[in-house]
Structure formats: structure tokens, C-alpha cells
Design a protein around this ligand. Sequence first.
Ligand code: SF4
Length: 275
Amino acid sequence: MRQRYNRFLKEEKSNDIKYLDLKLNNTCNLLCVMCSPEISSTWKKVYNKNKKELEIFNFGNSLEKYPYQSKLEFVTKYLNNLNMIKFTGGEPMLIKEVKTLINYLIDNNLSNKIILRMITNGTVELDDYWKRVFKSFKRTRVTISVDAINSRYEYIRKGASWDKTAKNIKIYNDYLDEITIEMVSMSINARYKNIFLEWCYKNNYESGLNSLIGVDYLSYKSLNNDLRAKYGIETNLLYDHTKFLELEAKMKALDKIYNTAFEKECDEFYTASSH
Ligand code: SF4
């Protein structure tokens, strides 16, 4: 991937922007366990309503609105030679500033020279607007982040329905040439790693595994050695029981709000014991 970006950057012949990687707002319809109020507007809403119950997350005062107010008018001046644009979020397909910029690129006949990359949670229906958008770009590459399937998906990605997302994935995959279904490797979905890969293989979807960044208690540090052996997880991270206790406490805090049960959904943590 880096080589691909470098190739684009080397082709640069002017001061115009060649590659943009944008998070234009935190608008999102989900509350994923590894996310935060800064990144997801749903997380922010739920956190603000339940500060006492969720104080264990210790998000502190970093909840001021991101300085997302994008200077789109300023940026658009430099987009005439743009090669690639990537949108993440929040959920980029729900962010109004993303649509504004995409519409600008289409209306100004720039989109057909640009590769569009979209990292989405897969909950947004592929309607006529998005079909038109995706076909307007030179190439479109969509990554759908799921992290698990079935009930574990719904436990991790709170607010989403697996049936709906699975249906969307099929529709996206039928419509687009370049689509990857992705999972971030965490302790809470270690049990689903092979299940996820098999599901992708069975459905002929390209799959990807990504590394978790910055959420220590969800890393493999909270996955005990029995579970690592059971699910074939190889990692240099040593098991740290305090990280498991933190994971358990935080998931139980969210359980109270979402009427879920960590011990039930993630019962593998209670059936193997190398604590
Ligand atoms: S879909 Fe993305 S932005 Fe939204 S809550 Fe999940 S991880 Fe956060």
C-alpha cells in the first residue's frame, strides 16, 4: 500500500494535493466497544447521558467537539490533481461534509480521475446516491469493518444488526470490484478470528486483519494463555490479568446500558483458566 501511495506522490508536478486522508466529523450510528466519544457521536451521546455509569472509561474532558469544521472551501482550491481520497469517520457515509466534498468532486469533473477509499461500518444501505458516487470515481475501494460475525458482532458493534450488515456486505460486494471485509484483532474477538475468516472465504469476500491501536485492555494482553492456545493466537504481548479485569469491568458497565451480558456473550473468558 505504501508503495502505491509513494508512486502517486512521486508523480506530483505541482503544489496541488495528491492524496487526502480525511476524518471530517464524528457522526456515527454505532457505539463500538473499542471506540470513544471523540470518534463516534453515538458514543458521545450515550456517554453524556450515562456519565456516572460509564465513568470507568475515564474519557475525561477530551470530549469537546473535534475541530472538524472543515475548511472545505480552502481545500477545494488544491484538488485539481488529486489522485486519491480516503474517508474515515465516524461513519463517513453518514457525514454530511463527506457528501459535500464528494459532490464537489463529481460536479467539477474531478472524481473520474480520483481513487476513492471509504472505510465504513457497512450499516449504510447502498442506495442510488452511493451507487452513483462509487461509479463516478476512477476506482472505488471500500473496506467494511466488522470485527466478528453474528452475536459477537452485535456485542462489539453496539447498535448494529448482523443480519442487516451481512445483507449490505453482499450488496456492496456484488456492486463493487474492490471490497475488503476487515477485522481488528482484539481479545474480545479472538474466538471469532477463524470463524470470521471462514465466513469471508465461504462467501468469496476478500478479508483483512488489522492491528488494534491504543486500547490496551482490548488487546491480547487481556487474553489468557489457554484462550491463545485454543484459538491459535500468536502474539508477543504477555497476558496481564489486570487488563482482563479492566475489560470485564468496562464491558459490564456497557452491559447495564445496553442490556447485554459480557459473561454470557463472551463465555470463553470463563471456561478457560490460566488467570
Ligand atoms: S463504527 Fe467506527 S466510528 Fe462508529 S463507533 Fe464503531 S469504531 Fe467508532
